[in-house]
Design a protein around this ligand. Structure first.
Ligand SMILES: N[C@@]1(C(=O)O)CN(C[C@@H]2CCCCN2)C[C@@H]1CCC[B-](O)(O)O
Ligand SMILES: [Mn+2]
Ligand SMILES: [Mn+2]
Ligand SMILES: [Mn+2]
Length: 305
């Protein structure tokens, strides 16, 4: 497998300091060494640098609009370039607002794609429904064709074109949604496997149904957007919005292994690792090493050897 790594040290999609340290923490924990060990051809494109627009006042309730819009435009261009290099793009966050640029750039390069969003949260608030104003909880709303009419004009966001159809999106791990998000997902008929379905069906059946659902019509390239807070906070506590009752380490790995086996994985995000949110060094170590293990599984590592 040929992998192109992009570091996106960005935190303005949410209020907590430290998530911009995610990319270098994940690298320091041995990501590149691990990928090389398992035979991947790896190119590290380094960390993006982001401008800090002055006077970035909230627009309505939405915070850091100009910074988030500008950062994601830059990320979109970078991901598109990695795809045009013929590599699977791997974006290391940084907060989950970065999925806007990552998925946008991926779609610009490959056309229609399927999205698997692994997360405790749906991140599908619109700028008008968000309870917090944090754009990391709104990312999917900018990307879905079906929500285009619900998105107001925002500064530095005019470049964003919706690029995902609701029928091409699957959520896994949901357990902390806002009312408006739940309403939206039901209204659009988005396929979702909350932690209830994970418990009821088991992760193997969830992945079987996910792939059957996404591949039923045509096999599209898959974009996997993995929020580390999908995993149970007992395993990955160093993150901004932990929610109890998450995926086990094993379930998290299985999801990555299964998607890797489809051969359709074309873009990956690993976001919301925040080294400053661990109570102890062990908290941080466990979070970062789990992130590395999930990524090694995305790119071919199997527990059987
Ligand atoms: N829906 C949210 C939003 O801010 O829009 C509100 N929620 C926090 C809140 C905590 C108390 C119980 C109810 N939920 C976080 C989520 C965004 C997560 C972004 B992600 O990237 O971490 O997934
Ligand atoms: Mn998220
Ligand atoms: Mn989340
Ligand atoms: Mn988060």
């Amino acid at each position: 497998r040929s992998v192109g790594i992009i570091g996106a040290p960005f935190s303005k999609g949410q209020p907590r300091r430290g998530v911009d340290r995610g990319p270098d923490a994940i690298r320091a924990a041995g990501l590149l060494h691990g990928l090389h060990e398992q035979g991947c051809a790896v190119k590290d494109y380094g960390n993006l640098t982001f401008e800090e627009p002055p006077d970035d006042e909230p627009v309505g309730r939405v915070k850091h609009v100009r910074a988030v819009g500008s950062a994601n435009q830059r990320l979109s261009e970078a991901v598109q370039a990695v795809k045009l290099d013929g590599r699977v793009s791997l974006m290391l966050g940084g907060d989950h607002s970065l999925a806007i640029g990552s998925i946008h750039g991926h779609a610009a390069a490959v056309g229609q794609l399927a999205v698997v969003w692994v997360d405790a949260h749906a991140d599908v608030n619109t700028p008008l429904t968000t309870p917090t104003g944090n754009i990391h909880g709104q990312s999917m709303s900018f990307l879905l064709h079906e929500l285009h009419s619900k998105i107001p004009i925002l500064p530095n966001f005019s470049w964003v074109k919706p690029c995902v159809s609701a029928k091409d999106l699957v959520y896994i791990g949901l357990r902390d949604l806002d009312p408006a998000e739940h309403y939206t997902l039901k209204l659009l008929g988005v396929k979702l496997f909350s932690m209830t379905e994970v418990d009821r069906l088991g992760v193997a059946r969830v992945m079987e149904e996910t792939c059957d659902y996404l591949c039923a019509k045509a096999k599209k390239p898959i974009h996997l957007s993995y929020d580390i807070d999908a995993i149970d906070p007992a395993v990955t506590p160093a993150t901004g919005t932990p929610a109890v009752g998450g995926l086990s380490y094993r379930e998290g790995l299985y999801i990555a292994e299964h998607l890797c086996q489809t051969g359709l994985l074309s873009g990956v995000d690993l976001v919301e690792v925040n080294p400053l949110r661990g109570r102890t060094k062990d908290d941080v170590r466990s979070t970062v090493s789990t992130a590395v293990d999930l990524l090694l599984a995305c790119f071919g590592r199997l527990r059987e050897g």
